[in-house]
Ligand binder design. Structure first.
Ligand code: ATP
Ligand code: MG
Length: 544
């Protein structure tokens, strides 16, 4: 479409797009598709892309959201050409509305909201003309002025376009242009008590900014004739370079909800800790979860732009995240639920430095050294006193390799008075040092560990999908709360991470070997009080 317009010389080869969020909530993964589409088309064609706050509905809008939206778009790595506010066009919208009245193409209607609905008719059945439809231009101008002056209570009068009450397209049945809302706007204060409808303000905003391609989601496809109608009537005020509206399918993910209203419910009713709770699909939550802008962009690139609604499998996104982190994340060892392992035949006081790469296939990421001595900690679940069939880790009398180190054998299990295991007494085989050992001995299990004296206590938040149903709410009349995954967060307060990353900064991603990908928490991770969030597991555990 864009190439066609360029070839035909329609827009002088210019491409101008915009991303127009309403500042009434935080951006989510769905928005990232619109952001990607608008910004990358502009980039591809050497054009421009504006960030426009579509702030024409004062009810839930706030500057707090504007700041967050700007921060999120920047975090994704995009730079807008201009920053605009639809509220800056209020005088122009008003002028356009008055002009439509003067053309005899708009009227003030005093039907109640119920009557308006009834008069509108049904799909396949024509509507009825409002009794106020044939008011004179003079009367309409006076009444609209009164609306503006606050002489009408909310719901008592609206300004409507005069189009066609029998149109097969419901949006063309004299749609509302302005309604009364006695609310303070966060930017224009008390100046206005009438606010324009989206269908009216959006096309005018696009035209005023010289937008060539107005991309929106599919639910606006039926609104396109109205978009075009307004611009056709108002050419003399907004210019005759008519932006082209085109629609694309929303991005939705299984096992998740997008949509500001539903997200707001999750936050306000405290099912999550806030808008940046790492389980939510908001961009700030994904950031805190440890998902990189590369992976978010990668999702849009992989699924592409379509005209057909579909729900993308969460596994697709997770696998993109995993591939990205596999390339970029430093490796480290972390024991979530530690159990002490002592090596009785290790020389007292001796420490050995073992080398381990930060990345198995990327030398340039360097090495870390692990200080191995006679006491290490291993994962409680890597030992089984009475092993189940096929268990390949440590068992009484059995052997296992400590990754990057030696093969150890469990000689004795020490318990406290309650029967809980407190220590595993082991012996090691000096010939089996990883990489340089002379022994050819092979064991089937390799486990991770951290060394006493070379590890740091940390809190690890193991996140999982927020919902356990593929389509949350589908089986419960839309009540998605019923499908919350009760195990979406598990906290390990006494985990131990290897010393090499004890001084990590926030927002650094790691692969904790054998566990998955983790990130140091953006808000809570401090020197001496480390906190890590699980981004994703190493493999997809949700596949049937
Ligand atoms: P929500 O339904 O979450 O409230 P919205 O469409 O009301 O979203 P806006 O702030 O109006 O949110 O959206 C800004 C832009 O992002 C619009 O152009 C809109 O079409 C687009 N957008 C919103 N949700 C999605 C989505 N799930 N997939 C793709 N684009 C989206
Ligand atoms: Mg909206």
């Amino acid at each position: 479409m864009i190439e066609g317009a360029i070839r035909s010389g329609k827009t002088d080869g210019r491409v101008a797009t915009r991303f127009p969020p309403e500042p009434n909530g935080y951006l989510h993964i769905g928005h990232s598709k619109s952001i990607w589409l608008n910004f990358s088309l502009a980039e591809e064609f050497g054009g421009t892309c504006n960030l426009r706050f579509d702030d024409t509905n004062p009810e839930k809008e706030d500057v707090e959201f504007e700041n967050a939206i700007k921060e999120d778009v920047e975090w994704l790595g995009y730079k807008w050409t201009n920053l605009y506010y639809a509220s800056d066009y209020y005088d122009k919208f008003y002028e356009c509305a008055v002009d439509l009245i003067k053309q005899g193409k708009a009227y003030v209607c005093e039907l109640t909201p119920e009557e308006t609905r009834e008069y509108r008719g049904k799909l396949g059945e024509p509507g009825k003309d409002s009794p106020y439809r044939n008011r004179s231009v003079e009367e309409n101008l006076q009444l609209f002025e009164k609306m503006k002056n606050g002489d009408f209570a909310e719901g008592k009068a609206i300004l409507r376009a005069k189009i066609d009450m029998a149109s097969p397209n419901m949006n063309m049945r004299d749609s509302a242009i302005y309604r009364v809302k006695k609310l303070k706007h966060h930017r224009t204060g008390d100046k206005w008590c009438i606010y324009p409808m989206y269908d009216f303000s959006h096309c005018i905003s696009d035209a005023l900014e010289g937008i060539t391609n107005s991309l929106c989601t599919l639910e606006f496809e039926d609104h396109r004739p109205l978009y075009d109608w307004f611009l056709d009537q108002l050419q003399h005020l907004v210019g005759n370079q008519h932006p082209q509206q085109r629609e694309f399918a929303k991005l939705k993910l299984t096992y998740n909800i997008v949509g500001k209203r539903d997200l707001r419910k999750m936050v306000e009713e405290k099912y999550v800790s806030g808008w940046d709770d790492p389980r939510l699909p908001t961009l700030r939550a994904l950031r805190r979860r440890g998902v990189s802008p590369r992976a978010i962009k990668g999702l849009s690139e992989q699924i592409g732009v379509t005209k057909k609604e579909s729900v993308i499998d969460m596994s697709t996104f997770e696998s993109i995240i995993r591939d990205d982190l596999n390339t970029h994340a430093h490796r480290a060892m972390c024991v979530l639920d530690p159990i002490k392992l002592t090596i009785s035949n290790w020389e007292t006081g001796k420490t050995e430095l073992l080398e381990a790469p930060f990345h198995p296939n990327n030398e340039s990421m360097g090495h870390r050294s692990l200080k191995f001595s006679n006491t290490v900690y291993i994962e409680r679940e890597d030992f089984m006193e009475v092993p189940v069939e096929g268990y390949r880790r440590l068992i009484p009398g059995g052997e296992v390799r400590l990754r990057y180190a030696y093969i150890v054998k469990c000689d004795e299990v020490i318990k406290d008075s309650n029967g809980n295991i407190t220590e595993l007494k082991c012996s090691y085989d000096p010939e089996t040092r990883s990489g340089t050992g002379t022994s050819t001995k092979k064991v089937s299990g390799v486990i991770h560990w951290v060394a006493k004296g070379d590890c740091e206590k940390c809190e690890v938040r193991v996140y999982d999908r927020l919902f356990s149903a593929e389509f949350p709410g589908r089986e419960h009349d839309g009540d998605f709360i019923k499908d919350l995954n009760p195990n979406s967060l598990q906290v390990f307060k006494d985990a131990l991470v290897e010393g090499a990353i004890a001084s990590t900064k926030p927002e650094v991603q790691y692969q904790f070997e054998r566990h998955g990908y983790f990130v140091s928490d953006r808000n809570d991770c401090k020197p001496g009080a480390l906190v890590f969030n699980r981004v994703v597991t190493l493999k997809d555990g949700w596949k049937k």
